[in-house]
Design a protein around this ligand. Structure first.
Ligand SMILES: Cc1cc2nc3c(=O)[nH]c(=O)nc-3n(C[C@H](O)[C@H](O)[C@H](O)COP(=O)(O)OP(=O)(O)OC[C@H]3O[C@@H](n4cnc5c(N)ncnc54)[C@H](O)[C@@H]3O)c2cc1C
Length: 440
């Protein structure tokens, strides 16, 4: 039986971050089923033909050069009492401390026709290869179900390849977890301008076809032609091999404390396979993002080396690109925040460079504040230029309890190519509007 001081199950960003941050200061073994770890975020751009498929595959050296042992296998059983992990190949591994980082898989809804050929999810190397083959063989029409960031990126990729593309969501607006409805208008208009057919406020009730899928039937009764249907409607933690154990599981994943420790001694879990709370409300929320898995990995790796750090919760800063626009959001949307707080929102609209510069583009921001304690709860940005730096500033305000009054005096930078005039700033302007409303 092979023994590792720290045994990690999983090969995604969570597991890789553990290996990178521990740098073999302890003996680490990583059990990973796939041929390659992948850059999932880049998969839509392979379909679009912007990137060759190989660019999304991470090299094994990313793990092995840290000194960790990479074990190509799948964990099928864990005996927590005897500290033994059994694998699909019939091997057994023992450990002093176990880290579970098995991620999550996309959900397929239980509707008629879901078993038809050319109905797929979009996460693994296998999914990507299958979809690429279908697209390359001359696909005419596709439907993407779920207008979140992944669905929107994938729909644009199909459209770019000349495929008649339909994007379907049961919510009335696109990117419903990222943007409030009035901030989603540009994204929606852009998708329509690109020629993507939008079916919002509409549920998929059935798929029809002989062997292969041919039509998506909507709750409205409409039949949408689609030779390929991709569901991007949510993820479920990969916990089947752990359900008959003493490990405590919640509806969204393994239960862990703020040091990512499970209910079983010497067993930790992180990334997409755990259930965790919002850093704002303390409620359990979904946070299945690499930008949550990696910081969790950093904290856990340092704790496994003797530190005492804790994870504060999900803030869920996210962004995507829709046509010529970049959009993003962080913290709570106004709609979500209004469920728990008395809120006030403020807006600002400027340009990405000095307006006199020939290439300046529009940029707008929305900031949402808790009326009671005046702290920032969230915000959104729509821009002609990338938004992640602006989204990260909003996250910083939310995460560190910055009050709207503090933003009034926020010290910013300005330069003709890169910002609006020194005369103003998006965060300051949004804060001014909020303070006026609070005091008016
Ligand atoms: C198309 C797409 C685009 C995305 N874009 C973004 C983005 O722009 N920004 C962002 O922050 N996030 C994005 N995400 C989400 C991000 O990829 C995930 O949050 C992240 O991969 C989670 O990391 P993880 O290590 O927890 O889990 P995963 O990456 O899912 O890795 C889990 C690993 O565990 C392995 N495993 C599962 N079961 C077992 C077992 N029994 N034994 C051994 N190993 C097992 C899996 O095979 C896999 O290697 C995107 C996801 C997709 C699919």
């Amino acid at each position: 039986m092979e023994k590792h001081d720290v045994l990690v199950i999983g090969g995604g960003p969570a597991a890789i971050t553990i290996a990178k941050n521990m740098q073999a200061k302890r003996d680490i073994g990583i059990i990973r089923p796939e041929d390659h770890s992948m850059i999932y975020c880049a998969m839509p751009y392979v379909i679009e033909n912007l990137l060759p498929y190989e660019k999304t595959l991470k090299k094994d050296e990313i793990v092995t050069e840290t000194g960790a042992a990479l074990i190509r296998d799948t964990a099928v059983e864990v005996d927590f009492d005897n500290k033994v992990v059994k694998t699909l190949n019939g091997d057994k591994y023992t450990y002093n401390e176990l880290v579970i980082a098995v991620g999550a898989s996309p959900i397929l809804p239980p509707i008629n026709g879901i078993e038809l050929e050319n109905v797929s999810t979009f996460k693994s190397e296998k999914d990507l290869k299958k979809i690429l083959d279908i697209v390359d063989s001359g696909l005419e029409s596709a439907a993407v179900v779920g207008a979140g960031a992944i669905g929107i990126e994938l729909a644009q990729a199909f459209n770019e390849r000349g495929i008649e593309t339909n994007l379907i969501d049961m919510m009335p607006t696109v990117l419903p977890n990222m943007l409030d409805s009035e901030m989603s208008k540009e994204a929606e208009a852009e998708l329509k301008d690109l020629g993507i057919n939008l079916y919002l406020d509409n549920k998929v009730v059935e798929l029809k076809g002989e062997d292969k899928v041919e039509e998506v039937i909507l709750g409205s009764g409409e039949a949408v032609k689609a030779d390929l249907v991709i569901f991007s409607v949510g993820m479920k933690a990969n916990l089947d091999f752990l359900t008959d154990t003493d490990l405590k599981l919640g509806r969204d994943g393994i239960l862990v404390d703020d040091q990512l420790q499970t209910n079983i001694e010497d067993v930790y879990a992180l990334g997409d396979c755990v259930q965790f709370e919002s850093g704002i409300t303390g409620d359990v929320i979904s946070g299945k993002l690499a930008t949550n898995a990696v910081p969790m990995g950093r904290i856990l790796a340092n704790n496994l080396l003797g530190d005492n750090r804790s994870y504060k919760g999900f803030y869920n800063g996210t962004a995507t690109k829709v046509g010529d626009y970049y959009v993003g959001g962080s913290g709570l949307t106004e709609k979500k925040a209004a469920e728990d707080y008395d809120i006030v929102s403020g807006y600002a609209e400027f340009t990405t460079a000095f307006p006199i510069m020939p290439f300046s583009k529009k940029v707008k921001m929305k900031v949402i504040v808790n009326r009671e304690n005046r702290e920032v709860l969230g915000g959104q940005v729509v821009s002609g230029e990338p938004v992640t730096d602006k989204i990260d500033k909003i996250t910083m305000a939310v995460q560190y309890g910055i009050k709207v009054d503090d933003l009034l005096g926020f010290s910013y930078s300005s330069q003709p190519y890169q910002s609006f005039y020194p005369a103003h700033n998006l965060l300051v302007k949004s804060a001014e509007e909020i303070v006026k409303k609070l005091e008016g």
